[in-house]
Design a protein around this ligand. Structure first.
Ligand code: NAD
Length: 487
């Protein structure tokens, strides 16, 4: 990017400054230069966005499915054509590398195309009634205004996932992107969908300065016109969102953090296990919620696995995210970089063995592998968002299962085994929302039921599943003849 771009709120179909006139600079995590000058919104801007979304709801909910489908298909084609530009923007705003930008683009183009079919999904059932002459229906209705709060890490996918299915099912949306991804996780979606023909007010975006998310999010959740909350982000923030939503008796779909295990069983093919572990731990520099954080290896394979895995990790190219050869790009900001360093230092201080990495290289954190990490260290029990992974040995499959379940989180897991049927049996006993047998944990497709259990969240994204999360079932009955009452 030669010049910083201007990111304004998108409210009622127009691009507007903050009511306060304030802005903040969003930096490029690789170069440190200003990527964008961004509107720093507060409660007033959030309220204006809710008003616009509320005003647009009636018309959009009643729009013919063919109109909704046409807009989503056109947006898919436009996004597909703009891949090179979007790749550059993702690198400049979030440090996203070329491979993961391709993953995000593929997902979003497919998401839009699949959501286009949602416009024609059956919207109810006819139910038998014991009252003679009564016709009963269960009708799916859009909920109204959805507040969508998204993180920075896979900005294009996670903002897209938060807005596309709700819009396809007739809702209107106020999107609150992360302060670290106001463009690719916010304004970009408003621009793409508006240019594809989305009417004014159906998508609104309110951005805010770092440290000011709480005021905007609380205003959105508290507003009686907002009927559903969609939140993707850390468990700490998700807990706050759930508490606030609970106070206002609103349902929140929560997609939170993970501490995802990859199990390598005694009968696993070693080459396949190492390939899966390297990808699962280090894709997108370890900055996806699905990344393998713990690799639990049967003790019969542990030493061989560790030697090969550590050698592969240490050789991964680190640096400029726009270089297609780079695997580990910059960490999103200095706070995250210092957290990674501090947690590794703490674990080593408590007795962990550092097998590679551990010290920042410029704005990047190198692939880092630790063994014998004590349970008391933060790395062992909390999600650490970056290229850091723990190795542990297990004494057979039951011990591996017990270790895998020994966490408060429950997002994704992988099992590498020579016996896929045994893998399926273990999958049933893993307390995780998603399990992949003979694959690592980082996978997503728009139609899949994505979501976690325990502290990893509640509710499912994925086209058909999200359609249920963002609609309300209404029981409607009708009679032709008057009914005879008891009194
Ligand atoms: P985060 O929790 O810091 O921020 C997420 C969103 O919440 C952002 O929009 C942020 O501005 C907002 N926010 C921050 N503080 C807030 C507050 N006090 N009140 C209201 N909103 C607030 O998360 P992040 O660093 O942007 O993203 C990384 C996290 O997201 C990781 O924990 C990762 O595992 C998780 N994540 C989960 C999924 C999933 O589908 N389960 C997907 C991607 C990321």
């Amino acid at each position: 990017m030669d010049q910083a771009i201007d990111v304004r709120h998108h409210i009622g179909g127009g691009w507007v400054e903050s009511a306060s006139g304030r802005t903040y600079p969003k930096n490029n995590p690789w170069t440190g230069e200003t990527f964008a000058e961004v509107a720093a919104g507060d409660a007033d801007d959030a309220l204006a966005a809710v008003a616009a979304a509320d005003a647009a709801f009636g018309g959009w909910a009643a729009s013919p499915p063919i109109d909704r489908q046409r807009i989503l298909l056109r947006a898919a084609d436009d996004l597909d054509r703009g891949r090179d530009e979007v790749r550059g923007l993702l690198a400049a705003e979030t440090g996203c590398g070329v491979h993961f930008a391709g993953v995000q683009l593929d997902f979003c183009v497919n998401l839009l195309r699949q959501a286009a079919a949602l416009a024609y999904a059956p919207s109810g059932q006819i139910l038998p009634s014991d009252l003679a002459g009564t016709r009963a229906l269960a009708m799916r209705r859009p909920v109204g205004v959805v507040a969508a709060i998204a993180p920075w890490n896979a900005s294009l996918v996670l903002a897209g996932r938060a807005v596309v299915a709700p819009i396809a099912t007739g809702n209107t949306v106020v999107l609150k992107p992360s302060e670290e991804a106001p463009f690719t996780g916010g304004a970009f979606w408003a621009s793409l969908l508006t240019e594809a023909g989305l009417p004014a007010g159906v998508i609104n975006v309110v951005t805010h300065a770092p440290g000011e998310a709480g005021a905007v999010a609380e205003t959105l959740i508290a507003d009686p016109r907002v009927r559903r909350i969609s939140f993707t982000g850390s468990t700490v923030t998700g807990r706050r969102i759930a508490e606030t939503a609970g106070r206002h008796l609103k349902r929140a779909v929560l997609q939170l953090g993970g501490h995802n295990p990859l199990l390598v069983l005694a009968d696993a093919p070693l080459d396949q296990a190492v390939d899966a572990a390297v990808y699962g731990a280090f894709v997108h520099s370890g900055q996806t919620c699905m990344c393998a954080r713990r690799i639990i290896v049967d003790s019969s394979l542990y030493d061989d696995f560790a030697v090969r895995f550590v050698a592969r990790a240490a050789a991964l190219p680190v640096g400029d995210p726009s270089d297609p050869a780079t695997v580990i790009g910059p960490v999103i900001n200095e706070w995250a970089l210092s957290l990674l360093e501090r947690r590794v230092r703490e674990a080593v201080g408590l007795g962990a063995r550092l097998l590679t990495g551990g010290v920042p290289v410029g704005r990047c954190f190198p692939p880092t592998v630790l063994a014998d990490v004590p349970a008391a260290s933060e790395l062992a029990f909390d999600e650490t968002f970056g290229p850091v992974v723990l190795l542990e040995a297990a004494d057979g499959a039951e011990d591996a299962l017990r270790r895998a379940n020994g966490t408060d989180f429950g997002l994704t897991a992988g099992i590498i085994t020579g016996d896929p049927y045994r893998g399926l049996d273990l999958a049933r006993r893993l307390r995780a929302g998603i399990v992949h047998v003979n694959d690592q944990p980082v996978n997503d497709e728009p139609q899949m039921p994505f979501g976690g259990v325990k502290d990893s969240g509640a509710g499912r994204f994925g086209i058909g599943f999200a359609a249920e999360e963002f609609t309300e079932v209404q029981w409607v009955s009708a009679r032709q003849d008057p009914r005879t009452y008891a009194f």
